[in-house]
Design a protein around this ligand. Structure first.
Ligand code: SF4
Length: 510
């Protein structure tokens, strides 16, 4: 039984908790007295408390994030009722800022704010020292920014089970030099780079153990071009079918030297998450996010024309100064650049972020409960924000999923994609009254009805688009509602070949 238990509630089982592994790797002599227990937010808080208590720890470290703060509070409340002597230490972005008044903070014994990789070990050593049982420790303990050179890297802590079933997270740098006011990373200057030789050794070990898919959590992977090129070249030299690498990139920085390496990867091997957030330069100025839109567009065009990169681009709804029309114009501009996915995110008011300075002037009203999404502002009222929320959800189901690659453009044809998709979104909501759990076949049938009855498009053309999309997912059964409109040729043509890439991205490849 470990004296120290590191735990968290992941959003999904496949998300291995990267932060906990860093804490464990850096516990020094206490590592032998510590263990990790991971849960996910779909488990019942009391069941989690039961499993934690069964390990009989003296100290429990909880990783607290926006997605788990509510159930984690319940878990801790139960543990403290049953075993009040167990020391609870919190860490993570959700408790690193604005700690006053948070229920979870009230329940805990200590909160380490900031990057706790080394501080957690220091605090545990004091708490477990019989000569000095930590009684003098304050409740809120700020962590000094650790130097990467002093950190043990956690990659050997990924188990065989993690490698077989979960996403493997890695990081080459921490922090971001930019100042986007909605983003927690804007507070994390300076940017620090992991010592590259040691990092590459760990990547090699992971490759040798069979890891095929790596998710880099660096906020701006392409900031240091020499380092990002070295990492890309490292993977390129070792490329095998099924390898897949995810990076977050800033969109207006793609110098020639990086382009060469990127273009050399086979289609589907790289995924770039590219934060555009807004195409409105005035809004960008308000939130201190300045980007060169000409260069951004040129980089998108390069990636689409000369590489097989899967682009996942982000836009945000609800920023101060951004009207529906301005957001819609930005959405249309992004569609024209052809990324495979567009994540339409609803602005969140994250603890500690300076976006709050706009609250009065732009009448920003946020949901008080996590994930603290905007409910309305001066330019977008609540009812309209709800429509945009549905738009985002349906866009994910239709535009992003890869299930409707041929059919989605039929929704707008030559019209504004934003306006046309909004029409479909509201029509769909009126029909279903829900934004989740719509089965794929039902969604196809609804799309067929909308496009043929509402948009008056030719039945055969719509049926063929839907059928080619359906086969892309490896399905062969012919949905009855469109059988009559498909020719024999369309029905007998081959479905796509199998690939080891993630399913959603693989559908976009065809
Ligand atoms: S949004 Fe991206 S570029 Fe801006 S501060 Fe956050 S991580 Fe940095």
């Amino acid at each position: 039984m470990p004296d120290i238990l590191l735990t968290t509630l992941n959003a999904k089982y496949i998300h291995a908790a990267f932060g906990l592994r860093y804490l464990l790797a850096n516990l020094g002599e206490l590592k032998a007295r510590a263990g990790i227990a991971e849960f996910d937010i779909n488990q019942r808080p009391l069941d989690i408390a039961e499993q934690v208590l069964a390990r009989n720890p003296r100290i429990i470290g909880f990783g607290v994030y926006i997605w788990n703060v509510a159930p984690t509070t319940e878990v801790i409340a139960a543990i403290k009722r049953v075993r009040p002597e167990i020391v609870i230490i919190l860490g993570g972005p959700e408790v690193s800022h604005e700690t006053a008044g948070q229920k979870i903070v009230e329940l805990a014994d200590h909160v380490i704010t900031g990057e706790a990789d080394l501080k957690f070990a220091e605090v545990c050593a004091k708490l477990l020292d019989p000569a000095e049982p930590g009684t003098a420790l304050p409740k809120i303990i700020p962590a000094e920014l650790p130097d990467f050179a002093n950190l043990a890297l956690p990659y050997d802590l990924y188990t065989e089970d993690d490698i077989a079933h979960r996403i493997i997270y890695v990081e080459a740098s921490r922090g971001c030099p930019f100042t986007c006011e909605f983003c927690l990373s804007s507070l994390e200057v300076p940017v620090r780079q992991v010592p590259l030789p040691a990092f590459l050794e760990h990547l090699q070990r992971l490759l040798d153990r069979g890891v095929k898919q790596f998710k880099f959590v660096d906020r701006t992977f392409n900031l240091n071009v020499n380092v990002s090129k070295a990492i890309l070249e490292f993977f390129l030299a070792r490329h095998r079918p099924g390898h897949f690498f995810h990076f977050e990139m800033i969109p207006d920085r793609l110098p020639e030297t990086l382009r060469e390496s990127i273009a050399a990867f086979p289609p589907g091997a790289l995924q770039f998450e590219v934060g555009v957030q807004t195409f409105n330069a005035e809004v960008g100025g308000l939130i201190k996010r300045r980007q060169n839109y000409d260069r951004l567009e040129e980089n998108f065009r390069f990636l689409r024309a000369n590489s097989g990169v899967h682009i996942h681009a982000d836009l945000i709804v609800g920023l101060p100064g951004e009207s529906v029309e301005s957001f819609g114009a930005g959405f249309d501009r992004l569609i024209a650049l052809g990324p495979q996915e567009i994540q339409v995110g609803i602005l969140k008011r994250l603890r500690g972020t300076p976006i709050v300075r706009h609250d009065a002037e732009w009448q920003m009203i946020y949901n008080p409960n996590p994930p603290y999404e905007i409910l309305q502002n001066k330019l977008i009222d609540f009812a309209t924000m709800q429509k945009l929320r549905r738009f985002a959800r349906y866009w994910d189901m239709v535009g992003n999923s890869g299930n409707f690659i041929a059919t989605t453009p039929l929704i707008w044809e030559d019209a504004s994609p934003f306006a046309a998709f909004m029409r479909w979104s509201e029509w769909l909501h009126a029909k279903t009254r829900r934004t989740d759990s719509i089965a794929l076949l039902r969604l196809m049938e609804l799309l067929f009805e909308f496009l043929t009855a509402e948009n008056r498009q030719e039945r055969r053309k719509v049926a063929e688009a839907l059928w080619s999309d359906y086969k892309r997912g490896g399905r062969h059964d012919k949905p009855g509602f469109m059988k009559d409109y498909l020719t024999d040729d369309a029905l007998t043509s081959e479905a796509r070949a199998k690939t080891a890439l993630p399913k959603r991205q693989a559908r976009h490849l065809v």
